[in-house]
Design a protein around this ligand. Structure first.
Ligand code: AHM
Ligand code: MG
Length: 320
């Protein structure tokens, strides 16, 4: 029987050949990222059978406890991507500094950033988690690669996306001309295009925020959530629903699919931090996919995207 389904490989080849959106190096790089996500998906799926559950007993650069799967996912992404010749360096939530492609491999012109396993607190309780990634071009004009090369605003991303490991494994990708969703066909071992030109719904009645932090919020955030809670009788004249998975990748995937707002606002506990989430490998890439389909050829700038002052700068809100 002829299979008319469109694989990720074919989608990317057509983005390169027919639409001229991406150079072949970027296409190959994205294929490698997707392959790494597939491996992570299999590791996540094994659960207790894979000796990958529980804490690794170490902390990451943010001072958060690392899970074994955080480390496995990080290593999987590095090992898959370091030898291909498309990358100059990588940066990850789980690594203190940037990872420069070793001399034994050719150096490419792209930079890859990732949160290898977002929503780590959900790993051991079998709730959806995911990988987030963002691709930048290394600035020209100087040899080697430095931390500062990564500090580019969100609208400079040349590709961005995420993979949700849930009841299905779904890869969402944008190369700046519409978001596309792919579902992993486990029998064939390939990602199959399941939705194209994904746009978020403009209207919504759902919000996502960790309500247990309410007493720490600033007054405007509190007022906004109070208005949502007041429902049809309140100033917004509408009933709102709340969801909080505690995996941003899954919360934002829901919002991309059916609309809503996701917030992790600044709060009084750590006043020097603008919010819990990281701008470069969480907010910028996640903020780019819902805005896909804009006239921009690049991943379109989300409200969160701005000039970054460090790879771990934080950002706090994403909406439909
Ligand atoms: P992580 O990258 O270490 O998993 O942390 C980020 C996660 C987000 O996915 C999620 O929205 C948030 O942290 C949940 O925080 P909380 O546990 O405070 O609800
Ligand atoms: Mg994260």
């Amino acid at each position: 029987m002829v299979d008319h389904r469109i694989s990720l490989t074919r989608y990317l080849v057509e983005q390169q050949r027919v639409h001229g959106h991406i150079p072949s190096e970027l296409r190959l790089l994205l294929e490698v990222v997707a392959r790494a996500c597939k491996r992570i998906s299999y590791a996540v799926n094994k659960g207790e059978l894979g000796d990958a559950m529980g804490s690794a007993g170490s902390e990451n650069v943010q001072g958060e406890m690392q899970k074994k799967l955080d480390i496995i996912a990080n290593e999987t992404l590095i090992e898959a991507n370091e030898w291909g010749g498309h990358l100059a360096a990588m940066a990850s939530e789980e690594m203190e500094g940037i990872y420069i492609v070793p001399n034994r491999y050719p150096q490419g012109e792209y930079l890859l950033m990732f949160d290898p396993l977002d929503g780590s607190s959900n790993i051991d309780v079998n709730v959806s988690i995911g990988t987030i990634f963002s691709v930048l071009r290394k600035p020209e004009g100087h040899p080697g690669v430095h931390d500062a090369d990564f500090l580019q605003p969100g609208n400079r991303q040349v590709a961005a996306g995420y993979c949700v490991y849930g009841p299905q494994t779904t890869l969402v990708l944008t190369v700046g001309d519409g978001g596309a969703m792919f579902t992993l066909d486990r029998e064939q071992g390939s990602f199959i295009l399941t939705r194209e030109n994904v746009r978020t719904s403009e209207d919504t009645q759902e919000f996502a925020i960790n309500m247990s932090n309410m007493r720490h919020w600033d007054a405007p955030v509190r007022r906004y959530i109070d208005e949502c809670l007041a429902g049809a009788e309140g100033p917004r004249g509408k009933n709102f629903n709340m969801r909080w998975i505690a995996s941003m990748v899954s919360d934002v995937h829901r919002i991309l699919t059916r609309g809503g707002v996701f917030m992790y606002p600044w709060d009084k506990r750590e006043p020097h931090k603008p919010g819990k989430l990281r701008l470069m490998y969480e907010a910028n890439p996640m903020g780019s996919t819902p805005w896909a389909g804009s006239s921009s050829r690049r991943a379109a700038p989300p409200p969160t995207a701005g000039s970054a002052s460090s790879t771990s700068s934080r950002a706090s809100c994403m909406s439909a």
